[in-house]
Write a protein that binds this ligand. Sequence first.
Ligand SMILES: NC(=O)c1ccc[n+]([C@@H]2O[C@H](COP(=O)([O-])OP(=O)(O)OC[C@H]3O[C@@H](n4cnc5c(N)ncnc54)[C@H](OP(=O)(O)O)[C@@H]3O)[C@@H](O)[C@H]2O)c1
Length: 265
Amino acid sequence: MSNKTALVTGASDGIGLEFCKILAAKGYDIILVARRKAKLNEVAKSLSKQHKNISCTVISSDLSKQQAAQKLFAATVAKDLQVDLLINNAGLLQNGFFTDLDLTTQENMIAVNISALTSLTHLFANDMGSRAGGHILNVASLAAWAPIPNQNVYAATKAYVLSFSQALHNELKAAGNGVSVTALCPGYTATKMMDNPDQGAKLSVPDGLLQPAQEVAEQGIAACLAGKPTLVTGFANRVSATMTHLFSRMTLANIAGSYYRKNLN
Ligand SMILES: NC(=O)c1ccc[n+]([C@@H]2O[C@H](COP(=O)([O-])OP(=O)(O)OC[C@H]3O[C@@H](n4cnc5c(N)ncnc54)[C@H](OP(=O)(O)O)[C@@H]3O)[C@@H](O)[C@H]2O)c1
């Protein structure tokens, strides 16, 4: 029997890299997508060396570009690859005062976090639905659960991912075509995203609040393969997400605003 195939965006680093390691160990063939081709080739080489029974395909793509999702889908068709599991993980973060942040960078963030994710979900959900079904894991964030001043566009993109994925989960389940969609909401996770100088101001997060990327990826894949609609990773994050229901949106914005203004530098 041939292996199942997973496509992971943002496979060159952080949580995406951990998704790839876990899926390779489970015997999935993997399509690795990100901008840095050399880094993806390194990851592919290392995974293929460790797991002789799988194959890795590298596709370099800048998902902030127009039609990137359509070109990526076409590249998988041209290579005769059928995707059973899609992980929309690639994402960008910008911290800082909205009007001071570069507009193009914020537009790119919306393009990657929202547009590419939506288009890839559309293209692959159709393809999976016309075959035996499949799974889609969309990476949102704990930031999806509240308006966050000084991280406002990022949090809004993640609120979109959460709402879009939960509604689509219900829609596809009612259609009964065997495709499931899961929204994954990690809290602060120990990846380069937390320190990336390209993300604007740096948010100081105590080490104790950072979840390991491997743990986040493991929990995300388990929830996705179980066909769950949503997973907030980690007990403390689940408590935080639940508590957002107790406050008005403006109270949440006030709480988040004072925390972020104090801890961004
Ligand atoms: N870290 C956290 O605290 C945290 C918390 C909640 C949610 N998340 C979400 O988790 C996901 C992964 O984040 P991470 O922490 O693992 O970040 P990361 O370590 O910075 O990795 C981001 C990945 O996305 C890729 N990427 C960035 N821009 C891209 C573009 N324009 N086109 C294609 N690929 C692109 C990067 O690869 P290249 O540079 O090679 O393109 C990299 O592989 C994101 O959606 C993020 O919002 C993270």
